[in-house]
Design a protein around this ligand. Sequence first.
Ligand code: PHE
Length: 362
Amino acid sequence: MATTDLDTLERDLLSQVEAASDEAALETVRVAALGKKGSVSELLKTLGAMTPDERKARGPLINGLRDRVQGALAGRREALAEAALEARLAAERIDVTLPLREAPDARGRIHPISQVMEEITAIFADMGFSVAEGPDIETDELNFTALNFPPGHPAREMHDTFFLAPDAQGKRKVLRTHTSPVQIRTMRSKAPPIRVIIPGRTYRHDSDQTHTPMFHQCEGLVIDKAANIANLKWVLEEFCRAFFEVEAVKMRFRPSFFPFTEPSAEVDIQCSRKGGEIRFGEGTDWLEILGCGMVHPNVLRNCGLDPDEVQGFAFGVGLDRIAMLKYGMPDLRPFFEADVRWLDHYGFRPLDVPSLVAGLTA
Ligand code: PHE
């Protein structure tokens, strides 16, 4: 091959190297030049057949060509790798100053009723109460009769009961009108001393700004040999102080009537209402928050307990009511409308679990 041909080959190869736009194209060029059967390799093979003089003259030319092609290949490979890295860095560029998108556990909200149930459970657990539960669909016997509402007693009418269709025996179950039937279930299934709270759903045929057909109560029941009204007052005062997160609350016990307690009382707590805002632990107004009393001897007897041996007290708090009071929600109905905007506003962060140590509403 003449020297000019070598020059042409070299120019050709070098421009192919320059034109290779990625690793694969560059490799094709390399194989065509320096592979086993590549154009430069073929030239190198011809050296073997030459006379020493010829080889002396041609050797450096061909070797020089091979070195320059190799050098160009290496240079191009490096340039391509660099360009690829640049492109990747540009594509993966992130702006670390952008605000974070909130993860689901930060955006989700706990419903105020669930929150209040957690708060109450934390408060009463601290006083040694455990939690009991019962079914929403209840027998007439447990919702009324065993609680000392005799059949046909007018107190039954006050409950605006939802009845289910009669069964084969003609008995109609009810949607429980209060959590009190779980008092009976508890006293029939476990021996005193008893110290339980019973949060849950309750139902009455009623609907306006502060009443919904389904609402929530929390029952409390203490049975032992000596539980008395003084204990009841202390427990309720402790509860109100802790729940409303104030130093002291004044409470007022008004005589009342429930068939299953004797004596019975309704409890008001002191508050002030300035500028439409309710505050506890101050002021001259009163707000009713719960019903309570000493468990009626007939109820104890209905559960196989001897009123001469044991006694106790019970109370029932309207959870929706105290949630509205504590968190300043004027209307009860949105509680159950599942409007995410309402929940965003009034709901609680899922990881802020209420505890007496960390604070109920951290
Ligand atoms: N069950 C009563 C109600 O729903 C409240 C209550 C419970 C009263 C326990 C006294 C004792 O109105």
